[in-house]
Design a protein around this ligand. Structure first.
Ligand code: NAD
Ligand code: ZN
Ligand code: ZN
Length: 343
């Protein structure tokens, strides 16, 4: 067995990733080693590599938080998984397990939470060190490459839809039909919701229709919020904003029905203006949503195992990562790129 592995690392913010060979890490007590089969490329990886957010990862680091692979070595004391299990190493890499948020299954906001491909090295690598208590358990019958987008884009869209509290028969808007949004459309339909898809790209909107969206609105033309209010007869009960673009946020609030909930999931750097009178007088809830907990993960994966949700993927090798990043930044990736480590 070789002792080195290929990785793509961020050495400097805003610079291309560097492909190199480094030693395969050894799992310490309570850790596992995962041999990567596939890893999705999330828009968050772009934010991470650009140093977009207030909390910045320490350099150098290996991005990737949609890594799926096989457990190949166990550190001392590990009982939660066994060698040969197929697991995913998600954004919620680990949490303290004891704080008020962990006790309430809100561990994504644990102050001690670690984030895969951000504060811990992630899946743009042939091997990943993981915490066995927080890995995703991939249902039998779900291929690694199909599972990869679900452990960030899938769980985040699904949880965000739950956080809108929209009920079957009601309307949701999904703004941004990329990696997250194309899955959100499918989860929403499977949850019995009416879906209005919003994007700035007609190709993405056609795709949303093929995935079952009941209506589509191009945010580049006319007044997209007025169009949504017309289609939904007063605004959507729930709005899920996945677009990594600030204008989408103000528009999303204006698309929300009275007493409805606008869930913010996209994280472009910056702030957006909130029309206070409309939010207050219409009793609108604005809510952030950050991935999901381990039960949300199991539920999000179960939809796919049941055949109700399927990621549309484009498979690429790790060596193509910088070209993939450039296309993702320009909105040119149709849905999700998954890096394949098996060939
Ligand atoms: P993506 O690049 O695959 O998709 C973004 C989509 O938004 C594209 O289809 C693009 O055309 C569309 N878009 C751009 N501007 C728009 C606008 N003004 N109105 C409507 N649509 C617009 O990105 P992704 O991987 O789906 O990630 C989206 C965002 O979600 C990123 O900011 C990412 O960091 C964030 N994210 C958040 C969480 C969380 O837990 N909250 C988890 C994962 C990703
Ligand atoms: Zn992600
Ligand atoms: Zn905690």
């Amino acid at each position: 067995m070789t002792h080195t592995m290929r990785v793509a690392q961020v050495e400097q913010f805003g610079r291309p990733l560097v492909l190199k060979d480094i030693d395969i890490p050894t799992p310490g007590a309570g850790q596992i080693l995962v041999r990567t089969e596939a890893c999705g490329v999330c828009h968050t990886d772009l934010h991470a590599a650009a140093g977009d957010w207030p909390l910045k990862p320490a350099l150098p680091f290996t991005p990737g938080h949609e890594g799926i692979g096989i457990v190949t070595a166990l550190g001392a004391g590990v009982t939660a998984v066994k060698e040969g299990d197929r697991v995913g190493v998600p954004w919620l890499y680990s949490a303290c397990g004891h704080c008020e948020f962990c006790l309430a299954a809100q561990e994504p906001v644990c102050a001690g939470a670690q984030f895969g491909g951000y504060t811990k090295n992630g899946g743009f690598a042939e091997y990943i060190i993981a915490d066995p208590n927080y890995v995703a358990h991939i249902p039998a019958g779900l291929a690694a490459r199909d599972a990869a987008p679900l452990i960030c884009a899938g769980i985040t869209s699904y949880k965000g839809l739950k956080e809108t509290q929209a009920r079957p028969g009601q309307w949701v808007v999904v703004s941004g039909i990329g990696g997250l949004g194309h899955l959100a459309v499918q989860y929403a339909k499977a949850m019995g919701l009416h879906v209005c898809a919003v994007d700035i790209d007609d190709g993405k909107l056609d795709h949303a229709k093929r995935l079952g969206a009941d209506a589509v609105v191009n945010a580049r033309t006319g007044d997209p919020a007025a169009a949504v209010r017309h289609i939904t007869d007063g605004g959507a009960h729930g709005v899920l904003i996945t677009a990594p673009s600030l204008p989408a946020f103000k528009q999303g609030i204006a698309m929300t029905r009275k007493h409805g909930t606008c869930v913010l999931v996209g994280i472009p750097p910056g702030e957006f203006p909130t029309p206070l009178f409309e939010v207050v007088a219409n009793c609108i809830t604005i809510r952030g949503s950050f991935v999901g907990n381990r039960q949300d993960m199991a539920e999000a994966l179960a939809f796919a195992a049941d055949g109700k949700v399927k990621a549309d993927i484009e498979v690429q090798p790790l060596s193509a990562i910088n070209a993939v990043f450039e296309r993702l930044a320009k909105g040119e990736v149709p849905s999700r790129v998954v890096l394949d480590f098996t060939t």
